[in-house]
Design a binder for this molecule. Structure first.
Ligand code: AMP
Ligand code: MG
Length: 303
């Protein structure tokens, strides 16, 4: 998945800890082999060849990720879209070359995108794509899911106090001994040396941050994010960073990406309607970052 996973856990002894780490990292590796878009042999990548115009049965893991992505896509009017693969690839190349993607290539790649072109069948567990050349990209959701699954494996091994972190996507179970929760610092936009915007203490849940990170392209006086607006196929140029708290990593991860696309106003309104998730949004329209919180975030973590 193109990132580093870290696991922190409390176990009865050295041997239990080693077994836990091994089992959890094995599960992450297994999911990487299924979901990575960097790997052309992953189950997800191979669907580009096998599932065009015909339904293909997929693993439970792939089905879970795709069905969660599709329901969020419907819910956000396509702000979250797992079918953006062809466009995302052009932007990846563009970032490497430090040059904007060619508009005609973007337009053509865009014609292969759109969550309505991806059909799932929950009874048969199948996936079908409407166009040759479609590519699924789980970069906005897979890390959170993998963090959940690593925790599940640990819990099966009897390890109930653990935290899994995949860059900005964290999932955690019971707190460290004698602690109320895991202490998590929410970063401020831009400045790695600035104090945390907020410190939150949580157990049995997930926190994901999306947005203004290391991955962007500076061109023509603008800063283009690695998060794509599915309406324009352009990287976001509004400076925004979103932190979502949710019961599961798969949800926190996907929601954080989606809220960045929706933007501060619509994103906040959307999060205020979620019964089980909350968000803190940092945006920077001018030089001063502005922080807003959904009502539930405010209730949980104060002003
Ligand atoms: P995250 O770091 O979780 O916000 O995910 C960002 C990654 O999600 C990008 O690097 C792309 O792989 C993918 N992505 C970009 N734009 C979107 C979008 N609008 N919907 C879903 N995934 C996206
Ligand atoms: Mg995400």
């Amino acid at each position: 998945m193109g990132t580093l996973f870290r696991i922190k856990l409390y176990a009865a002894g050295e041997a239990e800890a080693q077994n836990g780490f091994r089992a959890a990292f094995d599960r992450v590796a297994q999911l990487d082999a299924k979901l990575s878009d960097y790997n052309p042999e992953s189950e997800l990548s191979r669907l580009s060849q096998t599932a065009v115009d015909r339904p293909v049965v997929v693993s439970d893991d792939v089905f879970t990720v795709l069905s969660t992505a599709q329901s969020l896509a419907r819910d956000t009017d396509g702000a979250f879209d797992i079918t953006l693969g062809p466009v995302i690839r052009l932007w990846r190349v563009a970032r490497k070359a430090d040059r904007l993607p060619d508009p005609e290539s973007l337009r053509r790649a865009g014609q292969l995108c759109g969550y309505q072109k991806l059909t799932l069948d929950a009874n048969r567990h199948t996936v079908r794509m409407d166009r040759k050349g479609m590519q699924l990209d789980a970069g906005g959701i897979a890390k959170g899911f993998a963090a959940d699954e690593a925790l599940a494996v640990l819990s099966k091994a009897g390890i109930t106090r653990a935290l899994v972190a995949a860059s900005g996507d964290l999932a955690f179970s019971e707190p460290p001994p004698r602690k109320k929760g895991w202490t998590i610092g929410v970063d401020s936009l831009d400045d790695a040396h600035a104090p945390f915007t907020k410190i939150i203490v949580l157990a049995n849940g997930a926190v994901s941050t999306s947005g203004d990170t290391e991955q962007y392209l500076n061109a023509a006086g603008k800063r283009y994010s690695h998060i794509i607006d599915p309406k324009t196929y352009l990287g976001l140029t509004n400076r925004i960073s979103t932190t979502v708290v949710a019961p599961k990593g798969i949800i926190a991860d996907a929601l954080a990406t989606a809220v960045c696309v929706l933007g501060e106003r619509r994103g906040l309104a959307y999060m205020d309607r979620q019964p089980n998730a909350s968000a803190l949004i940092v945006s920077k329209a001018s030089t001063v970052p502005v922080v807003v919180q959904s009502s539930q975030f405010h209730r949980l973590f104060g002003p």
